[in-house]
Design a protein around this ligand. Structure first.
Ligand SMILES: [Zn+2]
Length: 378
């Protein structure tokens, strides 16, 4: 129904270089995100949107006022693409897939950027539909385009005070039908090792080697609970960095688990490993500091059963059932949910994100666009 428009828009947005930079301290972390935000601002204005805000940190919000007494809803997609693969000079290749239907692939040298330019194309096309159909009743609709989702750096500058919606949806998922309302609980841990140094020739019974303590600590992490050994609902410990010398050493780890109890077990395990290392290195000291990064949104979404009821109803209108899938990561939605706005994640039709093999199905973008329209009307 919207395939032609979605394809045109997607290819146009995919060509804009919006790779974000996790090392930058600014929001947005790269100037290319402004190029896309300004392109969208102009396009939405041409389509007839009148209430448009572009914040100093590159958050673009386009509103369509309510024409019926229904609650406001927000729809989000992110402007940036992952820096894991180049996103410069993207040349989208349009092909007829073996299974039928048009797909867009990357030329092979770059990512495609369906994560999340497919989401952007879906939202602009849905906004256009509402602007062309003023007779259709809906509450206020907020279309929100965010910078730096991939780096996670944008959220402190998220203009929460500007958002009217009590429910939002991110359009940032994969396969058609998949809806994500569960994500990891995430912690970061910094472990410090203090040793005692002396000339190795006179070291017996005195030297406490902090570098060695750190390597023993790392070796005691359960390898059956690493990212490479787990999937689905299994959490993990992931060693991110290890550095040190004889006098002191440091380890950085991330911990992931879907349940609170599982996360508490992991946090306690780090303390137990610290004590076991101290027991092996008399005189040495191990300190574990942990901090949460984000939490599983499941409980907070479950506290608002009407959100999933609305989604199920909208999908049934399209002849579909939600396929619930846990996200082994976090999204803008998990952070918004944490802040009190339940925000499930909806598919875009994209696959193989953050790689040169990325592709997107135009038919699945179309079903996501029709879902956004159904949600907007409910
Ligand atoms: Zn994304």
């Amino acid at each position: 129904m919207f395939e032609k428009k979605l394809l045109e828009r997607f290819v146009k947005y995919a060509r804009v270089w919006t790779t974000s930079d996790p090392k930058s301290k600014e929001t947005p972390t790269t100037p290319g995100q402004w190029d896309l935000a300004r392109m969208l601002e102009a396009e939405l204005r041409t389509l007839g949107a009148r209430d448009i805000t572009l914040t100093p940190h590159c958050y673009l919000i386009a509103r369509i006022p309510a024409n019926a007494p229904k609650p406001a809803q927000g729809f989000l997609a992110h402007l940036d693409t992952s820096d894991e693969v180049s996103g410069k000079d993207v040349h989208p290749v349009i092909e007829e897939s073996a299974a039928g239907g048009v797909v867009v692939k990357s030329g092979g040298a770059t990512l495609l950027g369906a994560d999340d330019k497919a989401g952007i194309a879906i939202l602009v096309t849905a906004a256009e539909w509402f602007l062309l159909h003023p007779e259709v009743e809906h509450g206020e609709l907020e279309f929100i385009f965010t910078p730096d989702e991939e780096t996670g750096k944008g959220l402190p500058d998220f203009p929460l005070e500007l958002i009217h919606s009590k429910t939002c949806w991110t359009i940032d998922g994969g396969e058609e039908g998949e809806v994500e309302i569960e994500c990891f609980n995430a912690y970061r841990a910094l472990v410090s090792f203090e040793g005692r140094v002396i000339h190795p020739g006179n070291a017996r019974g005195i030297l406490v080697n902090a570098a060695l303590m750190a390597s023993v600590f790392a070796a005691m992490l359960p390898r059956s609970e690493s990212p490479e050994a787990t999937d689905g609902y299994y959490g993990y410990y992931c060693l991110m960095e290890i550095k040190g010398r004889q006098d002191e050493a440091h380890i950085e780890l991330i911990l992931r688990d879907f349940t609170r109890e599982g996360m508490e077990r992991r946090l306690a395990a780090l303390q137990a490993i610290a004590r076991a290392v101290e027991a092996q290195f008399p005189g040495g000291k191990v300190t574990v500091k942990t901090e949460p990064s984000y939490f599983n949104m499941k409980e907070k979404i479950a506290a608002h059963p009407e959100v999933m009821e609305r989604l199920t109803k909208a999908m049934q209108t399209l002849g579909m059932q939600p396929v619930l899938k846990p996200v082994r990561g976090g999204t803008d939605g998990s952070r918004l949910t944490e802040l009190g706005i339940p925000t499930p994640n909806i598919w875009t039709g994209g696959r193989n994100f953050h790689s040169v093999d990325e592709w997107v199905s135009v038919r699945e973008m179309d079903s996501a666009c029709r879902l956004v329209i159904e949600l907007g009307r409910l």
